[in-house]
Design a binder for this molecule. Structure first.
Ligand SMILES: [Zn+2]
Length: 364
């Protein structure tokens, strides 16, 4: 397929910063910092930190990611490089607006319990400062707009700390709150309470739900967590009541086609992927990479899958980007500007495509 078909500005709302690494960078930094890795040869290391050959489960995928993240954890320079390269990669795919999500506690090496990295002097707050600074510089250089969502991971006990950082940095680079983790059980009382506090503080909310967990978790996220968006949410299609609830609330679904395939979260054929039902039910959703580092592909690969395998048109992709822009966590004039810019660019793109296809017709 001619990649020029996707030569338009894109919006991405679900992309883990700590899943945006380049294998070569992980190898180089780990070697330089003396961090133990299965190999410092990128070709060999690839087997251990990416899902290029697929993973048996989401847990295995996350385990591979956690090996790579050690190369960045607790080092401001390494985190800066992670951010800079992530933005470079997104700019190459013409992503105009992105919300990167990450857990500051996972990249810190002090003031965190449990401590994931060897101890040092980088607090979670320092991680946010480094990410914000690097992100603003890199995004400006590439003519992009980038914001962050701070992400709690339920297996740790960091919900309140993540919320405090969201509060402190609201309007200063951070635009929302997210929760990730195993989906076997319903969200805990503590998670529900944290989201209630987010809502009362005017902090935007998304949550991972319904990727491997049931539709009831999506229902809980919408009703109890008062989320505006859902990460993945595929199992919503198993329950018409939940699907209707999401539609009525205009909940946006952050669909990640390739990622959920590589993690074995979705194992069915592309032609019956839940995104297809989202489309036919006129749901609010968009396309995202989730973790381009371990996935070893950027958003273009997801667009290829969407058009070649799922059955969406390029016109559909423009609509999905508009959905994402309307559901992003920017506010006021900034959001209006993004919507206006995209609308006028897409109008021109559609007009141009129409002219090209009609001139082709006249030649036949
Ligand atoms: Zn995710």
């Amino acid at each position: 397929m001619d990649k020029k078909q996707y030569d338009f500005s894109k919006v991405e709302l679900h992309c883990h910063l700590d899943g945006c690494y380049r294998v070569e960078t992980v190898a180089e930094l780990a070697k330089k910092r003396g961090i133990d890795m299965p190999s410092y040869d990128p070709e060999v290391l690839k087997k251990y930190i990416t899902a290029h050959d697929g993973c048996a489960s989401l847990d295995e995928f996350l385990q591979r990611m956690s090996v790579a993240v050690k190369a960045f954890g607790g080092d401001a320079g390494a985190i800066r490089r992670l951010v800079t390269e992530a933005v470079e990669d997104k700019a190459r795919d013409k992503v105009k607006y992105i919300e990167f999500r990450y857990c500051p506690q996972l990249l810190a090496n002090c003031d965190v319990t449990p401590l994931i990295n060897p101890s040092g002097n980088l607090r979670p707050k320092d991680v946010v400062d480094v990410v914000n600074d690097a992100l603003e510089k890199a995004a400006t250089e590439h003519g992009m707009t980038a914001r962050t969502i701070l992400c709690d991971i339920t297996v740790y006990n960091w919900a309140t700390d993540v919320l405090e950082l969201c509060k402190e940095y609201k309007g200063k680079g951070v635009v929302g709150y997210d929760v990730a983790g195993p989906e076997h059980d319903p969200f805990s009382q503590e998670v529900e309470e944290t989201y209630r506090r987010c809502a009362s503080l005017g902090i935007h909310r998304t949550a991972h739900a319904g990727e491997v967990g049931p539709a009831s978790r999506v229902k809980q996220a919408i009703e109890k967590l008062e989320v505006e968006r859902i990460g993945h949410g595929y199992h919503t299609v198993d329950d018409d009541d939940v699907l209707n609830l999401a539609k009525q609330k205009n909940t946006h679904f952050e669909v990640c086609l390739l990622s959920s395939h590589l993690t074995s979260a979705y194992t069915g054929p592309w032609s019956s992927h839940p995104a297809k039902k989202f489309m036919s039910s006129n749901m609010n959703f968009g396309l995202n990479t989730d973790d381009p580092g371990p996935n070893t592909y950027g958003i273009i690969r997801d667009y290829d899958i969407a058009t070649e395998d799922v059955g969406f048109s390029v016109n559909d992709l423009l609509d999905l980007n508009m959905n994402a822009a309307r559901s992003c966590f920017l506010e006021g004039a900034e959001k209006e500007q993004l919507l206006n810019d995209l609308k006028s660019e897409y109008d021109q793109y559609r007009h141009k495509s129409l002219n090209v296809s009609s001139s082709k017709c006249s030649l036949i």
